[in-house]
Ligand binder design. Structure first.
Ligand code: GCW
Length: 668
């Protein structure tokens, strides 16, 4: 009897495996191994990159059996950069990398059952780069998915194993499949050691693994490197010895890595050294590095995330610092600007710098890792946040001057364009900690390739590739619809349970995970106390950035500055970002501010509760391992959302002196 029972169990298990993907398939991210159909491939070129394209086609072909597909290099002027054209029986591109990108798009279309004839696709940005905030000891700043895949996994961090190379290859393949073509391998809070010969040898090895997939290697550099590892007395960018040191260093790097991309620099920000330490400007610093890299076609990505500990509104500082420098940078310098003027908050208006610079290329920096959005514990799909930023109108050259248009070369007619995402990748077996955090990596790549894609398309593509196998994808429309809805609502839900109506930076200090609206300590720099940002008092709540306040509104072009400036026209999603608003103020829906705040917080919590319910309903549609992982994380998220709501409402209630409305869930 027991024997028969065992047979039945084994048979059931096998049945289960036949229809449901296994969790370990998830470790291949959105790239599944299909049972491929035979295809013939002919190519006019051969190279390491083209060989990869051929192998991918052989592995993943889902089209007609025995078809012949041609890989052609072409000079077709409607194909730009590493773009491509898909035809019935051919992939055409200007570059070999374009053939690889075309291959991934073709296979994606076959898998998703999308038309694949006469598709022309060109990337929005020339450089589509991941920024790894990986330290050389293997830890990752704001990383929530284990330790670095590049550094620190051995005693001296420099030994390279076959396993390392396999990992880098898998990483490169995933990136190439979504069009990412660059990686900054170390933290912007950079150790100077990265430029020492031993580390450069390892960078060379990493670059070799990434190269066939078209991924260029970049490094973050410490501005004081000439002093810290070069024995110079100072790092003054106008000093001839310093200039020479960087020139020699660049030559040394390019000897090892001929296609090295360039440097990313965080200077004079949050304690990092920079040109201002010597009374010089950001221009002096950036141009000195640009000169060193120029002979090799390298670039400098100079970060605009700079502010000083002062009582001045922190959101105004970067613009004030960089606007006067517009046009003074060398041709190979690009300014890297975070999406918002503060710091990767759940919601910020776009940074006014996007619409400000006329003669300096500017690139957006998004944060894929969820520093302020629930780490890898909460399901928050960030595509909608980035879409919102890219579509924001700066009015730089009148209506339609979106952040996308200001950065992708369509307004300025330059081809020196780039976009960066702070990676959420680590050594965790599923790469990103939370399975749904893989979707954020995917979305960043897709938007970097095409900044007009819609989040709902991206979510659907990702879900189908990540969770459904060939047979199921036709039948499980319900799974897709239910979970796609969770993804698309998730960021707004997080805004509601953390910081609705334009509130910002009321995070607990340090870890930035939970709430701390009460945080205030005289010894802490004035711009780092949370009370600084919400300004709650018995009169109201919110930061006055109007013309009678800090006047940050005037960093925006008209009509935006006036729209933001007036309480009645300011979009309510930014209300408390720009205004100090009385508790009794009536919102458009007729509720007073306090009541609306309570209802928003509660709405965020209820949203997560509904995510839980809907997730539970899809049990059986996917493998039990990933089902259980997400179920458990949603429980954590639900509890933490409630903590956010209760903490913030009970704290703000001291100032509002009003009842928490009875229609919402009581504080726990
Ligand atoms: O968001 C803040 C983070 C820091 C980070 C800094 C930056 C790398 O809290 O951890 O440092 O921004 O972007 O430079």
């Amino acid at each position: 009897m027991a024997y028969i029972k065992r047979i039945i169990i084994v048979a059931l298990l096998m049945l289960n495996q036949a229809t449901v993907l296994k969790a370990e398939d998830g470790h291949a991210l959105w790239l599944r191994n299909h049972s491929a159909i035979k295809v013939n491939i002919s190519s006019t070129v051969r190279s390491a990159t083209v060989d990869l394209a051929i192998a991918e086609l052989r592995n993943g072909w889902l089209g007609k059996e025995n078809m012949t597909i041609k890989l052609n290099l072409t000079k077709n002027p409607s194909i730009k950069r590493d773009g491509f054209q898909l035809e019935e029986t051919a992939i055409n591109a200007r570059t070999e990398l374009g053939l690889l990108y075309g291959t991934y798009e073709l296979l994606r279309r076959q898998y998703l059952n999308l038309p694949q004839r006469n598709v022309i696709s060109n990337p929005s940005y020339s450089r589509r780069i991941l920024n790894h905030w990986d330290n050389l000891d293997g830890s990752i700043e704001r990383g929530y998915a284990g330790s670095s895949i590049f550094w620190g996994n051995t005693a001296n961090g420099l030994n390279i194993t076959n396993q390392d190379r396999e990992k880098w290859k898998a990483y490169a393949r995933a990136n190439a499949s979504i069009g990412i073509n660059g990686a900054v391998l170390n933290n912007v809070n950079a150790s100077a050691k990265i430029l020492s010969p031993a580390y450069l040898e390892k960078v060379k090895a990493i670059a070799e693994s990434l190269r066939p997939y078209g991924i260029k290697t970049y490094l973050s550099v410490n501005f004081s490197s000439p002093v810290l590892i070069g024995k110079l007395k100072k790092a003054d960018p106008l000093d001839p010895l310093v200039k020479q040191w960087w020139k020699d260093k660049a030559a040394e790097i390019y000897k090892l890595i001929p296609d090295f991309g360039g440097f990313l620099v965080k200077a004079n920000s949050e304690g990092q050294p920079g040109p201002q330490d010597y009374g010089r400007t950001h221009v002096d610093g950036a141009n000195m590095l640009a000169d060193a890299l120029a002979p090799f076609n390298g670039i400098v990505m100079w970060r605009a995330f700079v502010y000083n500990p002062s009582p001045e509104d922190r959101t105004k500082q970067a613009y004030k610092e960089f606007l006067p420098l517009d046009g003074a940078f060398k041709k190979n310098v690009i300014l890297q600007v975070k999406n918002g003027p503060l710091d990767f908050q759940p919601r910020e208006p776009f940074s006014p710098l996007f619409g400000a610079m006329s003669d300096t290329p500017v690139m957006p920096e998004f944060q894929i890792t969820q520093e302020y959005l629930g780490a890898s514990r909460q399901l928050v799909f960030l595509s909608t946040l980035w879409e919102e930023c890219l579509n924001s109108d700066t009015y730089k050259n009148g209506k339609g001057s979106t952040v996308a248009a200001c950065t992708d070369g369509s307004l300025s007619k330059t081809d020196f364009t780039a976009i960066a995402g702070v990676a959420n990748i680590g050594n965790d077996v599923n790469w990103t900690g939370h399975t749904f955090a893989q979707a954020n990596w995917y979305a960043f790549g897709r938007l970097a390739w095409n900044n007009k894609l819609e989040s709902k398309t991206i979510a659907e593509e990702w879900l189908k590739q990540t969770f459904l196998d060939d047979k199921e994808k036709k039948t499980d429309a319900n799974f897709i619809k239910t979970i796609q809805e969770i993804m698309l609502d998730s960021r707004e839900a997080a805004v509601d349970y953390m910081m609705p109506l334009g509130l910002h930076h009321i995070f607990a200090e340090g870890h930035h995970y939970g709430p701390a609206p009460w945080f205030s300590n005289d010894k802490i720099r004035p711009d780092w106390t949370s009370v600084y940002y919400h300004k709650a008092d018995t009169a109201g709540i919110g930061f006055d950035r109007t013309r009678s306040g800090s006047d940050a509104v005037d960093q925006y072009h008209e009509p935006l500055s006036s729209t933001f400036n007036s309480l009645s026209s300011c979009p309510e999603i930014y209300l408390l970002w720009f205004h100090h608003v009385p508790w009794s103020y009536r919102l458009k829906n007729g509720r007073d501010l306090w009541t609306e705040l309570c209802i928003r917080y509660d709405h965020g919590v209820q949203q997560v509760r509904s995510f839980q319910k809907n997730w539970d309903k899809i049990k059986g549609s996917i493998d039990s391992e990933r089902f259980a992982e997400v179920q458990s994380k949603l429980r954590t998220q639900s509890r933490d959302a409630q903590i956010w709501k209760d903490a913030c409402l009970l704290y703000f209630q001291q100032f509002s002196r009003r009842e928490i409305p009875f229609e919402i869930e009581r504080p726990v």
